[in-house]
Design a protein around this ligand. Structure first.
Ligand code: PDD
Length: 277
């Protein structure tokens, strides 16, 4: 397979970084995950906009301009002849330099991007998934899509070990987001989700759900909800690039609604389907 790097296109076997790489040693970088359905990028420009925002927030210069990068990613897709459902993984780090916490004197970031097949999670989307609750122990700038994912990794691992699909994170009694998703609560046909503060990642699918709600006339309220309100929810769902819109039908031992995906969730899934055709 071909990989896009800061030096241009390479075969995946040729991609190697030195031991002293700031992404590896410090998590000093940012990333994006973009969906492809039947070989077409979904909301690529929205993802690239967020990549440049994340990079700017950590004072990192992305090697290419937005337009150059979009063009090269399209070329990457063509070179790999991607026609199936897949994801693009893209990361930019502050580069390879002798280990020292402070920024290197030179501006020489590393970038790589590759595409990997990934089927739609149809089963989960149709039936709904289980989630667990765990404490949000992350830093204060969760709005930056940084490579520092240790708290997210530990939360997801806890979910997997307890037979669940996702870990719902909470801080000071309120739900922030999932370990790798945004979380939504439906009550009386109104959708609630955490506002886009520094405490959560402003998900691309989250933004789209907001638009779908506007189109469908579903009230969309950006207000944090408490952990205790989960038990009284009519519906719950999560969103992410890899999982689209997925119903959550059980949290810990509590069934949500009647334990089946609800009508609002299903209407939003249909809108997503239509928008990504
Ligand atoms: N995760 N919140 C967190 C902490 C995330 O890591 C993600 C995405 C989201 C949803 O964002 P979006 O709708 O833009 O995918 C929310 C990606 C998919 C990942 O790390 O694999």
């Amino acid at each position: 397979a071909y990989v896009l790097t800061e030096r241009g296109f390479l075969r995946s076997e040729q991609v190697a970084y030195p031991m002293e790489e700031r992404g590896l040693q410090f998590g000093d970088g940012v990333y994006e995950v973009v969906r492809l359905y039947s070989g077409t990028y979904i909301w690529l420009h929205e993802h690239l906009d967020r990549l440049y925002r994340s990079a700017a927030a950590i004072r990192l210069a992305v090697p290419f301009s937005h337009e150059e990068l979009a063009e090269r990613l399209e070329q990457l897709r063509r070179m790999n002849d991607v026609r199936e459902d897949a994801i693009l993984y893209l990361q930019v780090t502050r580069g390879s330099f002798p280990r020292s916490h402070a920024f290197p004197a030179e501006n020489r970031p590393n970038l790589y991007a590759y595409i990997q097949p990934m089927a739609r999670k149809t089963e989960e989307m149709a039936r709904g998934v289980r989630a667990i609750l765990t404490k949000d122990v992350r830093w204060e700038y969760c709005c930056i899509k940084s490579l520092n994912l240790l708290p997210n990794v530990l939360a997801k691992q806890e979910a997997v070990e307890r037979g669940a699909f996702e870990a719902i994170l909470h801080r000071d009694g309120v739900v922030t987001e999932g370990s790798s998703s945004n979380i939504f609560l439906v009550k009386h046909k109104t959708v609630y989700t955490h506002p886009t503060t520094e405490r959560i990642l402003n998900g691309i699918v989250r933004t789209k759900v907001k638009e779908f709600c506007a189109e469908l006339g579903i009230p969309f309220i950006e207000k944090a909800f408490s952990v205790s309100s989960l038990a009284e929810a009519d519906e719950l769902f999560l969103t992410s690039t890899t999982s689209a819109i997925t119903p959550i039908v059980q949290v810990e031992e509590t069934l949500i609604g009647n334990g089946e995906p609800g009508d609002v969730t299903k209407a939003l899934q249909a809108a997503y389907q239509k928008a990504t055709k």
